[in-house]
Design a protein around this ligand. Structure first.
Ligand code: PEP
Ligand code: MG
Length: 580
């Protein structure tokens, strides 16, 4: 019988496939106490399972390639580190040896303990990523099960399947897409979680918050995932299928039409030119950015080099990565962001401080770089050397006050003097910009503009700090909403200040590449959008339908809205009027 479930759209698209359920605690854990003579064998099993999980993560990393490998590597690294984390492992042996728990039960007990206390722990990985603990332990339990059962791991082949899960680890998602997964239905999670961001980049349709999915859908049920309507249709009727085929034909046509925009200029309907930049980290991103006609790179996140590295990347390693990026863009401007470690981005080399009570409000971004002038100077030297190969701008993350920019400039000056003494080629003066992602920086932006040559608004963090709402927390969706008037006023204030100071302002948060926000950002006066390269054509297409002048005239009305619901209603009205 046809059944309809609803959820929140995390990544657009439609899919028709067989359901594959992954129950969060589907592994039956044997609770019978161990006999004395079983202990050593079971300890061996536990350690083999831990090793197998480590190898599995390493294999996953090796299989990854393409645009997302870099982002996914970050999660794999976090999970690999968790597998070696003493906090996580502590007591596992004791539970088996002294408590006579079987390994599965010991893992489950340890998970329950850690999840319950993770917020009080010193380790930033554990505190910020409860989901990771769950996913890592499930991976070990799966490995353990495989030792005693012939059942193939459920996450193996996915051709023609739609995954129904509580949550899904980003690393698994990338791997499954390679194996033909068609879509994801998650019973929890938020549209701003890392998995959701990844699904959008992978073009994988995804619905989150489909509460009853795991209890109502069964393995192999035929399901139709329609993210446009936020619906999962279980056992679709002939009528549903006819509608699906019609939409599929439309989508194919749309794809062909968008492809023709690759070399088109980016202009609004009233012929105002807009700059579209790419957020790019990997060679495949650079290739896509060029193929889709980006005007440059608006955000290159250098921390990914540090997250993947066991120790610290050397000056030469960094230089080669930055130089290749610059060469890859063939003379188009490239914005290299200095190290943005801290909060949930912790490096393997241990730069990030442990034991901060609140790492999201702690020593992260430029605050951390300035704590380690030698490490920062190595990065600065690499950037200066790479900038001889093409136009480079330098972007500083998590700026709060002018003295941070002054300090960064001083370090650049000193590094130049050293390189000059060493007879190394030096570029012309580099533009130095500030990320605007801390509320104080947005409010006091005029002071920063005295020291910055350009600004880039990071709405992912700005929203989370303005609204005091963690973007990955699915309980806060009604608060973490980019249409919140307080956020819009700040964005408008920053854009206005940049215009008056005649300094470029771009926006590189997720909303920059989301066509649902394009009209709004244009209304607020934005003329430089930076986004994942997969979004470039969609945004270019949307801009061509929008009237810049008319939208700018509507800005005061948008600014007067009191709630995000009012902003949304206004935007819907604007869209209807312009379509009429
Ligand atoms: C942002 O905060 O909006 C941003 C682009 O930076 P990141 O996502 O790397 O924190
Ligand atoms: Mg940020």
């Amino acid at each position: 019988m046809r059944l309809l479930l609803t959820g929140t759209t995390a990544a657009r698209g439609m899919a028709l496939g067989r359901a594959r359920l992954v129950q969060p605690n589907r592994h039956l854990v044997d609770k019978r106490p161990l006999a004395e003579e079983e202990i050593e064998t079971e300890l061996g099993n536990l350690h083999r399972a831990l090793d197998a999980a480590r190898v599995e993560l390493r294999d996953l990393r090796e299989k990854l390639h393409g645009a997302l490998a870099c982002e996914v590597s970050e999660f794999i690294d976090t999970h690999s580190l968790l597998l070696d984390d003493q906090e996580l492992l502590r007591g596992l042996d004791d539970l088996v040896r002294i408590g006579h728990y079987r390994p599965g039960a010991a893992l489950k007990k340890q998970r329950d303990r850690l999840v319950a206390v993770f917020e009080a722990m010193d380790d930033p990985y554990l505190r910020s990523r409860k989901e990771d603990i769950d996913q890592v332990i499930n991976r070990v339990i799966s490995a353990l099960q495989r030792q005693t059962s012939v059942e193939e791991r459920k996450l193996a082949a996915r051709v023609g399947e739609i995954l129904i899960a509580d949550t899904i680890a980003p690393a698994d998602m990338a791997h499954l897409v390679g194996n033909g997964l068609l879509g994801v239905v998650a019973s929890s999670g938020s549209a701003y979680s890392h998995s959701a961001i990844l699904a959008r980049s992978l073009d994988l349709p995804m619905l989150v918050g489909v509460r009853d999915a795991l209890s109502t859908i069964h393995d192999d049920d035929l399901i139709l995932l329609d993210t446009e309507r936020g619906e999962v249709v279980v056992h679709p009727t002939a009528q549903d299928l006819a509608l699906y085929r019609a939409k599929q034909r439309e989508a194919a046509q749309e794809g062909r039409r968008l492809a023709t925009l690759a070399n088109a200029p980016t202009r609004t309907r009233d012929d105002i030119g807009i700059r579209l930049l790419a957020n790019a980290e990997m060679p495949a991103d650079i290739a896509m950015a060029r193929a889709r006609g980006a005007d440059g790179v608006g955000l290159y996140r250098t921390e990914f080099l540090f997250l993947r590295h066991k120790g610290l990347p050397s000056e030469d390693e960094q230089f080669i990565a930055y130089r290749d990026l610059v060469l890859g863009m063939g003379g188009l401007p490239v914005t290299i962001r200095t190290l943005d470690l801290g909060a949930d981005k912790a490096d393997a080399a241990g730069l990030v401080l442990r034991g901060e009570d609140n790492p999201a409000l702690g020593v992260r971004g430029v605050r951390l770089s300035l704590r380690y002038p030698a490490v920062f100077t190595t990065q600065i030297r690499a950037i200066l050397r790479a900038a001889c190969y093409g136009p480079v701008r330098v972007l500083v993350p998590m700026v709060t006050q002018p003295d941070e920019l002054i300090a960064v400039r001083t370090l650049f000056k000193l590094a130049r003097q050293d390189l000059k003494r060493e007879n190394v080629d030096l570029p012309e003066k580099l533009a130095l910009g500030a990320m605007i992602e801390v509320p104080a920086a947005a409010i006091n932006v005029r002071a920063l503009l005295e020291h910055a040559d350009f600004l880039a608004i990071g709405t992912n963090d700005l929203a989370q700090y303005v609204l005091a709402a963690d973007r990955g927390n699915d309980g806060l969706e009604n608060i973490y909403n980019p249409l919140q008037p307080a956020l819009l006023r700040l964005i408008s204030h920053v854009i206005g200040a940049g215009r008056r100071a005649k300094k470029p302002v771009s926006l590189c948060g997720e909303i920059g590449g989301d066509v649902n926000f394009t009209a709004l950002l244009l209304a607020l006066g934005l003329n430089e959008f930076s986004m994942h390269p997969s979004q470039l054509l969609h945004v270019r297409d949307r801009l061509a339908t929008l009237d810049h002048g008319a939208l700018r005239r509507l800005a005061p009305q948008l600014m007067r809205a009191h709630t995000h619901e009012q902003v949304e209603a206004l935007l819907t009205k604007i869209a209807e009027e312009s379509a009429a």
